[in-house]
Design a protein around this ligand. Structure first.
Ligand code: F6R
Length: 602
């Protein structure tokens, strides 16, 4: 959700900034811009993707060695060049890039207008440039001027600011992630480390209310108590090739194909011979929780719905799942014997973060997160990483299967504590999953052929029962977010309570039909109901299923596994179906309209 990148060092920075923005483009792509001290402030902005900014830079490349840049996902103000960052205060020759939302921007804007500031854009972010300018008028130390300005601001921000005549970048964070890259005589600032990885492996994750000054000689960080603070330098362990396309047309495709490996990464070293080894869970050995509550958004929420099933089925622990955004605004009742689990790929989703902050006032919190060192990972008492590696595709794929794998690990470990004899078979089934995913992926061409039949349809229905109902929701979400086709996920039995009204020969219905005996029979009856209304059926079915051939128009076969692990297999064809439909419709699956990775605004 907006990407910030900045550089200070000895090298001409325009091309470095551009490259940094390319790495961050998945965070937003409706306009981009940069400001370079050359030595006067040189600003270049363009509407649209980074490629448009690159075109402009061909004719005017600023030559300075200090600069800040931004790729935007619009919140306030439509995507156009005027609203693109950096924003400036022309009086004081200041440029600012911002990620987040300034909640009191309206009042600040009115105040600054009265003071003679002229606003150029419709954004909330522009007030930051003018507010800093307002204080910089009387305060020669630019760092202090930024600090004074931020003390007036309500809301979330990650910012980077530069001023003519000052060889420094001032950066600050509150609620939106910001990372420093520590090089040799050069320093970077970025919304995440994918953009820093090319230059240095040494990073510092700033904490909320930190303000830092970067110069060519070094950096200082001041914390919320206005004290200079030491923050640990961490090593990036993600490999550079993981953030390159490596022969794939899109990151989404690469990430779907990576899943045999990423699912294995989620359980590697954790599936002991007699128990699951989860350091994070060990933290709770003196906390006999009797309930679980899961908080998450989007795809992570759907993983949470599967988690509910897994915990209740395996460990018999009552589990509730909440959209983090709903939970935090409804005065929730939390008991101190609940374990609250936050699930998040990015670890930065604003609603999940605030929900977990609220929950931790009453009880213990646990994170299932992908991005190491992210805010949710740090805000929860303990947790486990899913180890999926960087997920660049805006539509979440490998993070989902990593999350479900981790939930399964937790569930079978909680069961093992009362039913140790059941552990081994559950372990063996999980160990077999990566090979089974590979087998499904080997049928990609067949799935692509089915996509061709339906790529021009405008609607689709996804139906599943039990823990394959959330898989249906996830399949529908994947399709609608990247292909532009309207899709709905429903519990299969609910179809006749409403959606059946929509079924005719133009409605493709994707059935997940791999359930246990009871679920399977019921799904078969639901299929018959669709068939009777001439709907088109695509069925995800277990290998050797011959009964379905009479009902389904297309069958995608998946290897057999247990009911609890079936989401890890059934979701793979749905991801491929969505991917190919999007490509066939001429869409870029890595750049879905209006979406961005890591929703750091509420
Ligand atoms: C869908 C998708 C989103 C995210 C949601 C939560 O493909 O990616 O729905 O799942 O924004 O993000 P995280 O998991 O980063 O908290």
């Amino acid at each position: 959700m907006c990407g910030i990148f900045g550089y200070i060092g000895e090298k001409p920075c325009a091309s470095l900034l551009l490259e940094g923005l390319r790495r961050l483009e998945y965070r937003g792509y409706d306009s981009a811009g940069m400001a370079v001290l050359a030595p006067t402030l040189s600003i270049i902005k363009a509407k649209g993707q980074i490629a448009e900014l690159a075109k402009k830079l061909k004719s005017t490349t600023p030559t300075g060695t200090i600069g800040i840049a931004h790729t935007r996902w619009a919140t306030h103000g439509e995507p156009n060049e005027q609203n693109a960052h950096p924003h400036t205060c022309t009086h004081e020759r200041i440029a600012v890039v911002h990620n987040g939302i300034i909640e009191n921007y309206h009042a600040l804007r009115e105040y600054l207008k009265e003071k003679g500031h002229h606003f150029q854009s419709d954004t909330d972010s522009e007030v930051l440039a003018h507010l800093i300018g307002h204080f910089a008028k009387d305060e020669p130390d630019f760092f202090i001027a930024v600090q004074q300005a931020l003390s007036e601001v309500e809301g979330a921000y990650g910012i980077a600011a530069i001023k003519e005549g000052r060889d420094e970048i001032i950066v600050a964070r509150n609620g939106s992630p910001l990372i420093l890259g520590i090089g040799d005589g050069e320093y970077f600032v970025s919304s995440d480390h994918t953009a820093i990885n090319d230059h240095t492996k040494d990073i510092i994750c700033l904490e909320d209310k930190d303000i830092a000054r970067l110069t060519r000689e070094g950096y200082t960080i001041i914390d919320m108590h206005n004290k200079e603070i030491h923050r640990d330098v961490e090593k990036i362990t993600w490999d550079i090739h993981k953030i390159q396309l490596s022969g794939h047309d899109h990151f989404m495709h690469k990430e779907i194909i990576e899943q045999p490996e990423t699912v294995a990464n989620a359980f590697r070293g954790r599936l002991g011979k007699t128990a699951v080894k989860l350091d994070g869970l060990e933290e709770f050995k003196d906390f006999p929780f009797t309930r679980i509550r899961i908080l998450a958004c989007g795809t992570s929420y759907y993983a949470g719905l599967i988690g509910k099933y897994l915990f209740e089925e395996n460990a018999r622990i009552p589990t509730e799942v909440d959209y983090a955004s709903e939970f935090r605004y409804r005065n929730p009742i939390l008991s101190s014997d609940e374990l609250v689990i936050a699930i998040s790929q990015s670890g930065e989703t604003a609603d999940t973060l605030e929900a977990i902050r609220l929950a931790k006032k009453s009880t213990a919190t646990f994170g299932i997160v992908n991005v190491v060192g992210s805010t949710i990972a740090r805000q929860t008492k303990a947790g486990i990483y899913i180890h999926a590696g960087p997920e660049i595709g805006v539509a979440s794929t490998k993070a989902f299967t990593g999350q479900v794998t981790c939930l399964y690990l937790l569930a079978i470990e909680l069961r093992r504590r009362t039913h140790p004899a059941d552990y081994l078979s559950r372990r063996e089934e999980l160990l077999a999953i990566p090979e089974k995913i590979k087998e499904i992926l080997s049928h990609e061409e067949d799935i692509k052929a089915i996509s061709k039949v339906y790529a021009r349809h405008d609607n689709a229905l996804y139906l599943g029962r039990g823990l394959n109902y959330p898989v249906a929701l996830e399949g529908a979400l994947k399709l609608k977010e990247i292909s532009g086709i309207h899709a709905e996920g429903y519990p299969a039995a609910e179809m006749k309570h409403g959606p059946i009204a929509l079924i005719d020969e133009n409605m493709p219905v994707v059935f997940i039909a791999t359930g246990d005996e009871v679920n399977y029979e019921k799904v078969l009856s639901n299929m018959a109901e669709v068939k009777a209304r001439k709907g088109k059926i695509i069925a995800i079915a277990s290998k050797n299923d011959i009964r379905l051939t009479k009902l389904a128009d297309h069958i995608i076969l998946v290897p057999k596994t247990t009911e609890c692990l079936s989401p890890l297999l059934n979701v793979i064809p749905l991801q491929l179906l969505a991917y190919h439909m999007a490509v066939l419709r001429g869409k870029n699956p890595d750049r879905p309209q209006n979406l961005a990775k890591a929703v750091t605004v509420e």
